[in-house]
Design a protein around this ligand. Structure first.
Ligand SMILES: Cc1cc2nc3c(=O)[nH]c(=O)nc-3n(C[C@H](O)[C@H](O)[C@H](O)COP(=O)(O)O)c2cc1C
Length: 199
């Protein structure tokens, strides 16, 4: 039995390729571990607040010094961080937007990358505090980025691998539905992407 956390960051609901791909990964995991549970965090619906002065201050203060206002400002962040610590497997569904990640997903990242909570410099070097978890990235794009002339133009996967690794999530596998906007590729793009999921 695994606790799965599914981060959804497309606003396209049932039409979303990245959500579909993420769901396919989860189905495969559930075949292997039938009693697994799934927690969904739709970060588009969630609307994480862009970081304000109170968040930045609260992140750096010891919890004992938090005022009721700090506690209120940290509520969504604490839930997001607790969801991560609770999960065994994290599936992040990502639409490629402007060669990078959607703002909604960056909003979630700004609420989970927290000194003393998910990373620490106490040894002098950065240390990720989320350990022993598996991450799947489910990336959807109209272009093709695994090979060919656009290969170097995907900033989403390198950034996500870096920032998730920074908080300790280093075991990352990427699946893609790509080329969904390219004639000659688009016809089989979804099927090919879904079939690539072996888990
Ligand atoms: C605002 C916006 C920006 C996009 N930028 C890119 C891009 O830079 N490269 C690309 O290949 N596709 C781009 N696309 C196409 C999406 O990546 C594609 O539609 C993908 O399927 C979206 O994921 P979803 O189906 O999960 O919503 C963009 C789409 C939108 C709406």
């Amino acid at each position: 039995m695994k606790k799965i956390l599914h981060i959804i960051s497309s606003p396209r609901g049932a039409e979303s390729n990245s959500t579909h791909l993420g769901n396919t990964i989860i189905e495969k995991i559930k075949k292997q571990y039938p009693l697994s549970t799934v927690t969904v965090n739709d970060v588009v619906e969630k609307h994480y607040e862009p970081l304000q002065s109170i968040h930045v201050t609260a992140y750096r203060l010891p919890e004992d010094n938090h005022t009721p206002e700090h506690k209120q400002a940290l509520r969504d962040s604490n839930t997001a961080v607790n969801d991560l610590f609770d999960a065994d497997i994290i599936v992040v569904s990502v639409p490629l937007y402007n060669f990078a990640i959607p703002a909604a997903l960056k909003g979630w990242i700004d609420h989970i990358v927290r000194p003393g909570k998910t990373f620490s410099y106490h040894t002098g070097k950065p240390e990720g505090l989320l350990k022993g978890k598996k991450v799947y990235l489910a990336i959807a794009s109209n272009g093709v980025y695994t090979d060919g002339p656009m290969k170097s133009m995907d900033y989403a996967e390198p950034y996500l691998k870096f920032i998730l690794g920074f908080i300790g999530l280093t075991d990352i596998t990427t699946h893609r539905i790509e080329g969904a906007g390219i004639p000659g590729v688009m016809e089989t793009a979804v099927q090919k992407g879904l079939e690539s999921v072996l888990v």
